[in-house]
Design a protein. Structure first.
Length: 183
């Protein structure tokens, strides 16, 4: 390995990337291969949903923070309304995020949902409503992360634009003030 390689050519967080992909792959692989080893739908349901829930938690609380600098959660306020909460790193930290890490995060997030949809279509074609339930739960967890991180990314972009606008406006006003104080 060349130690003089540019930093952007490798994954900055290979362990996090590995676990980000591992939980997604394990849920999908177990679901696909489980019928070869188990006759019990209950075992297949419980293990697949458990692996998908672990993936949901890892993406939401670990890999989302580290790989793309975003975090989201949903709270219920005193009025019983659902309120989305978003966190993102500051502008400088977001600009330094590794492009490969980010690419892996977003592509696997969307690809997993597409694969669950395809598996759902196969369950429909084979008239297996019980397996459609497993796919539905796993797809719901996957889509929840997609929606949460997409909203979080949009909120982060809006915050960056507001920061840039405020910075430009304050510099412009200080330039105007300094021009008039000289006269």
């Amino acid at each position: 390995m060349d130690l003089n390689q540019p930093a952007g050519e490798n994954y900055a967080n290979p362990q996090i990337c590995f676990f980000h992909v591992l939980f997604k792959a394990s849920a999908l692989t177990f679901y696909i291969l489980s019928s070869l080893f188990f006759d019990s739908f209950v075992i297949i349901f419980v293990v697949t949903v458990l692996l998908a829930a672990l993936d949901f938690w890892v993406v939401k609380n670990v890999s989302g923070r580290i790989l793309v600098g975003l975090r989201w959660w949903n709270e219920i306020n005193d009025l019983g309304e659902s309120v989305w909460k978003f966190e993102c790193l500051d502008q400088e930290s977001l600009a330094r995020m590794n492009k490969k890490d980010s690419w892996l995060f977003w592509w696997t997030l969307y690809l997993t949902a597409v694969l669950w949809i395809l598996l759902g279509i196969f369950s429909l074609i084979r008239f297996q409503a019980d397996y459609l339930l497993v796919v539905g739960v796993c797809l719901t967890l996957s889509i929840a992360n997609i929606v949460g991180f997409t909203k979080c990314r949009k909120d982060a972009k809006k915050q960056i634009q507001q920061f840039a606008t405020q910075t430009i406006a304050s510099r412009f006003s200080s330039t105007i003030q300094s021009a008039f104080t000289v006269v």
